[in-house]
Ligand binder design. Structure first.
Ligand code: 2P0
Length: 345
């Protein structure tokens, strides 16, 4: 039996992915860009064992076995990595025929699953990375990102640390739709992320179905697709220059536009709640009190939980501010993490 355990980090997009042009290959309608958070606190941990004595492939998620017979995305990742391993086994007959062994996968998140905290991103990235280690694949991270993309779009970005772009590509087979690192985690060490768990409830509308409802029904989405390419260029430049003013404004504007196209979807999709909107208002008032010079930027994914980016010098004050206006008796909901982003080990 061969067995490997790996962890993968969460990434939080500052230019959001929302919409697919190909739902089978998971090809997006726009480029996106994210910051990978430190895996010390938020991560998915995956153990995979291959054993010729196992009857079939099986998955346990947070300790509970899942039926994977219809889990096409997981099978995509198995198929692609097994094919690469099989090629190696053909070239070197001394290798164990791991590509033919059934697999047992145990994966756990140390944070709320499916609450809009990018659990599918870290989960599928951990799956693909662990498979690559188990099979001893010499495959580059960029090539692995193409496989992780077929598990869950945003997972391709969690294979890199630091600042990561998912280039949508233009090929029909998805061969140029992959993640690339814009800057490593060491590039901007002053930047930190604060994760505010507003609710750990499972979201009502999954990202996968929500984004296609948006594509089918939102006229505003056309405008979003027009502005994103310019935002991507400006965001890359802001990161290169460590320009927090531009980074913050683009991050907040892109989050707001993403939630606007959700509202413009028919029937509408609501991910933010009153607390989320209260935090948005608070951050704007906090910035306004600093003569409009941004000290903090919020962003929200497909859920009500806020991620606040700020530089280290202001983070303590921001934690106090949020704790003051949004006190909580539930320990889970008042857990704030300050994470400098980190590279995937
Ligand atoms: C993102 N989100 O860029 C955006 C922002 C949610 C809002 O990527 O269908 O779970 O598996 O490709 O990757 C969530 O989408 O969707 C997402 P699938 P995924 O982070």
């Amino acid at each position: 039996m061969s067995s490997v355990t790996c962890t993968a980090p969460v990434n939080i997009a500052v230019i959001k992915y929302w919409g697919k042009r190909d739902t089978q290959l998971i090809l997006p309608t726009n480029d996106s860009l994210s910051v990978t958070l430190s895996q010390d606190i938020l991560h998915s941990k995956t153990s995979i064992s291959a054993n010729k004595g196992y009857a079939q492939d099986r998955l346990w998620l947070n300790g509970i076995e899942e039926d994977i017979t219809k889990n096409k995305r997981m099978h995509n990742c198995f198929r692609e990595t097994r094919a690469l391993r099989q090629r190696m086994e053909k070239e070197d007959p001394d290798l164990l025929p791991l590509s033919t062994y059934p697999l047992h996968v145990c994966s756990e998140n140390n944070f709320p699953t499916a609450a809009g905290l990018a659990s599918s991103a870290s989960g599928l990235a951990a799956l693909v990375f662990t498979l690559a280690k188990l099979f001893d694949l010499p495959t580059s991270m960029t090539d692995l990102s193409r496989i992780a993309r077929q598990g869950s779009g945003s997972a391709c970005r969690s294979l890199f640390g630091g600042f990561v772009a998912w280039e949508m590509g233009s090929e029909a087979d998805g061969s140029d739709s992959r993640a690339v690192q814009i800057a490593p985690d060491t590039h901007w060490p002053e930047l930190e992320a604060l994760v505010c768990v507003v609710s750990d409830a499972k979201k009502g509308t999954s990202s996968t179905s929500g984004m296609q409802q948006t594509i089918e029904s939102s006229p505003l989405m056309k405008e979003r697709l027009r502005v994103v390419p310019g935002r991507m260029d400006a965001m890359k430049q802001a990161i290169k220059d460590k320009n927090f003013q531009t980074f913050a404004e683009l991050t907040m504007r892109d989050s707001n536009q993403f939630h606007s196209v959700c509202l413009d979807t028919f029937p509408p999709i609501f991910y933010l709640n009153d607390t989320s909107r209260g935090i948005i208002q608070l951050i704007h008032e906090y910035n306004a009190a600093n003569n409009g010079v941004y000290k903090a930027a919020y962003t929200y994914d497909a859920g009500p939980n806020a991620v606040i980016y700020a530089t280290k010098e202001n983070m303590k004050e921001i934690i106090e501010l949020i704790g003051h206006y949004f006190p909580s008796s539930d320990e889970k909901k008042s857990t704030y993490f300050t994470d400098p982003y980190n590279v995937l080990e």
